[in-house]
Design a protein around this ligand. Structure first.
Ligand code: K7E
Ligand code: CUA
Length: 662
């Protein structure tokens, strides 16, 4: 969902003939929050104490992922993923530039919506987080040892990667379904009038294999599908392990004014994919290799350098030729969230414009498939009968249901965008048992482990699109925010508001113990395999190769070696390869050159990073450390002399550091 409230959603709901007595737009009337006396103590994390959970939250159109502590709501880290980050040189250093390469070239931004955790036996294992790039179809894998993006893969034959990167119970695959249907194939096949949509457009869902040993990913196969728009997804688990469920919209196949034209049909679909079957077909060689150029970029923590691998083709499976791959379950009405309960038996479809929340039964779905209980087909894909697969409907849950998470006691929590509330209901009886307002216009929500087999429960966090009057005004753009509620008791209880970086969409929360003891403290200098590493000050030097000048530089509290460089000429390209010699936790050094049209470097202990600089004028230019690293941080500086082109100043590197021997 975009962050502005869709006022037009309300007339649409009315137009759909659904009488709802309590439409109040997106803002509940009673905006004075009632906070009970002990709320403060429940979120108070005393100075020096640690939070109980990590909360990994998508940064929306910031393209990044943020990490907060819960219950305090304290921001611990912004992890750069798809967007450049001048604070630490992500996308600016020579080592990280390849991470943002795509078939469209270098793309310094994306729109990231969904955070998913790597899982073992259906439970988050604290090893990796995944996040989608909604714009340039990409998926990123983030290593929780370093809190760094370890790889980014581009999704070919896709346009907009929204229903992603949901994962199977043992991290076998994560998925990437195209949001936009597009014409695919050769140039001639892709250059078609938009109004030929119904004949020429197609969609795909891709299955990406993460390699948790190396932190890399590869596209295992993709399935060609009718031209519907995929919205969200979740994997089956327990009895439904082996299946994947995707919500779809625009089954009308509209190509303009989707607001109206894609809201015509009474029901869209949840697409059930038998991925075990797909895997088997792929193994048996039943797919076709087709054109599908894509990048896979990997940041290697031993060379401290990213490299890009380009793959030209992708294995595609066609359900028109391969039986039993896909089934459609009718779902009212433009479903958004598609969530599977902890038992794996129930699939919840959240129709944004529907008056009820349908809950589907996996057992009934299996039965209906066995009985060929179809109401027909949609482009050759069997459509199961709604009544045959439906477990039941949650009646009058609220307005604009978007997403559902689960606790460990058999309850579900659904976000209601339009009525701006969280609604708690019983998964067995489908009865609403509690509701609380959110401030305002909740999108996603998160219970720790809430999309896994064994939720940790305790809290539900609302991620809101709009904050209006909740915070001090900051001009026309106001912060987005999260709200933390206790779910320990029978009633949800609001505990805390905290602002977020970027627009939060989906999030994951993990017990701190799953992650914190594995955290990397520094990189061992003796294991540094960077081609331009300088392992001690004695090795510091400058080397000319044509017009390229390589500076092998070290930094340690509180000096650079070398710190005086001469013999650089206009027309040269200077590469500062800076190695941080510190072997201690939490001692990065920064590196910046006055006037360099780029960001700083922030070099972790034991790591090497490179800043490329093409001097534009003659003179002596200062460089310095940007990170306050010691009492003599301000003295951590040096000079590089730039002479005119053709000058014969010899190339020299100097320092008075006794260790350097320069
Ligand atoms: Cu509902 Cu992009 Cu998951 Cu946001 S989406 S809210
Ligand atoms: Cu190093 Cu400041």
């Amino acid at each position: 969902m975009r962050r502005r409230p869709s006022n037009s959603a309300i007339p649409l709901i009315l137009a759909a003939g659904i009488a709802i007595p309590y439409i109040q737009g997106c803002k509940p009337t009673n905006t004075k929050t009632v906070i009970t006396g002990d709320a403060a103590s429940k979120v108070y994390v005393a100075p020096g104490q640690h939070d109980e959970f990590y909360n990994f939250v998508s940064g929306g159109f910031s393209g990044q992922m943020s990490v907060y502590g819960l219950p305090s709501g304290r921001l611990l880290r912004d992890i750069p993923v798809f967007s450049v980050d001048p604070e630490n040189g992500w996308g600016y250093s020579e080592e990280t530039k390849p991470m943002l390469m795509t078939t469209h070239g270098f793309i310094p931004w994306d729109d990231s919506h969904h955070v998913e955790a790597s899982m073992s036996n259906g439970v988050p294992d604290g090893k990796y987080m995944f996040i989608n790039g909604n714009n340039t179809p990409r998926v990123a894998m983030i290593d929780l040892k370093t809190f760094r993006t370890s790889s980014i893969i581009e999704i070919p034959n896709s346009a907009g990667n929204h229903s992603s990167p949901f994962i199977t119970p043992n991290s076998e695959y994560l998925v990437a379904g195209t949001r936009f249907s597009i014409p695919m194939g050769t140039d001639a096949e892709r250059d078609v009038p938009i109004e030929t949509y119904k004949e020429t457009f197609k969609s795909t869902v891709s299955f990406v294999k993460p390699d948790t040993a190396t932190g890399t990913m590869a596209i295992a196969f993709q399935i060609k599908t009718p031209a519907v728009d995929f919205d969200l997804a979740h994997a089956g688990k327990g009895p439904s392990d082996g299946w994947f469920f995707f919500s779809t919209y625009n089954t009308e196949k509209a190509h303009d004014l989707l607001e109206v034209n894609a809201s015509q049909r009474d029901k869209d679909f949840i697409m059930a994919v038998n991925w075990k079957k797909a895997e088997q077909y792929a193994k048996e060689g039943k797919g076709k290799m087709i054109a599908g150029k894509h990048y896979m970029n990997h940041y290697d923590e031993s060379t401290h350098t990213a490299t890009s691998k380009v793959t030209e083709q992708v294995l595609q499976l066609d359900p028109a030729e391969l039986a039993d791959l896909l089934y459609f379950m009718p779902c009212p009405k433009s479903p958004h969230g598609c969530d599977v309960d902890p038992t794996g038996e129930f699939i919840v479809g959240s129709g944004k414009l529907a008056a009820t929340l349908p809950v589907f039964s996996f057992a009934k779905m299996q039965q209906a498939i066995a009985n060929k209980d179809f109401e027909g087909d949609y482009n050759g894909i069997p459509v199961l009968k709604y009544e045959s697969v439906l477990q039941g409907e949650v009646k009058k849950p609220g307005l604009g249901p978007l997403h559902t998470e689960f606790d460990n006691n058999g309850f579900a929590y659904s976000s209601m965008f339009v009525s701006s509330e969280i609604v708690k209901w019983n998964v067995k009886t489908l009865e609403v048992v509690d509701r609380v307002p959110t401030y305002y216009s909740i999108g996603h929500l998160c219970v720790p482990g809430g999309d896994s087999k064994q939720p940790w429960g305790k809290y539900v966090i609302a991620y809101n699109k709009i904050t209006k009057d909740r915070y001090l005004p900051t001009g026309p753009e106001l912060t987005q925010s999260a709200q933390l509620y206790s779910i320990d008791g029978p009633k949800m209880e609001l505990l805390l508001d905290f602002p977020t970086t970027g627009e939060p969409h989906y999030a994951q929360a993990l017990p701190a113990d799953l992650v914190k003891n594995k955290s990397t403290k520094f990189f061992k200098i003796e294991e540094n395999k960077h081609p331009y590493v300088t392992k001690g000050e004695k090795e510091a030097k400058v080397v000319r190769e044509g017009n390229k000048v390589h500076v092998y530089m070290t930094c340690i509290r509180s000096h650079f070696a070398p710190d005086n460089i001469e013999g650089v000429k206009l027309g040269d390209e200077v590469y500062f390869h800076v190695t941080n010699l510190e072997q201690d936790w939490d001692v990065p050094h920064g590196f910046a050159v006055k006037g360099a049209p780029t960001a700083e470097l922030l070099i972790m202990p034991g790591e090497t990073q490179t800043l490329k600089w093409v001097p534009q004028s003659v003179g002596v230019k200062p460089f310095y450390c940007t990170d306050f690293c010691s009492a003599l941080h301000q003295e951590m500086q040096g000079y590089i002399r730039v002479s005119p082109a053709g000058s014969n100043v010899p190339l020299t590197a100097n320092t008075k550091s006794p260790d350097a021997g320069l």
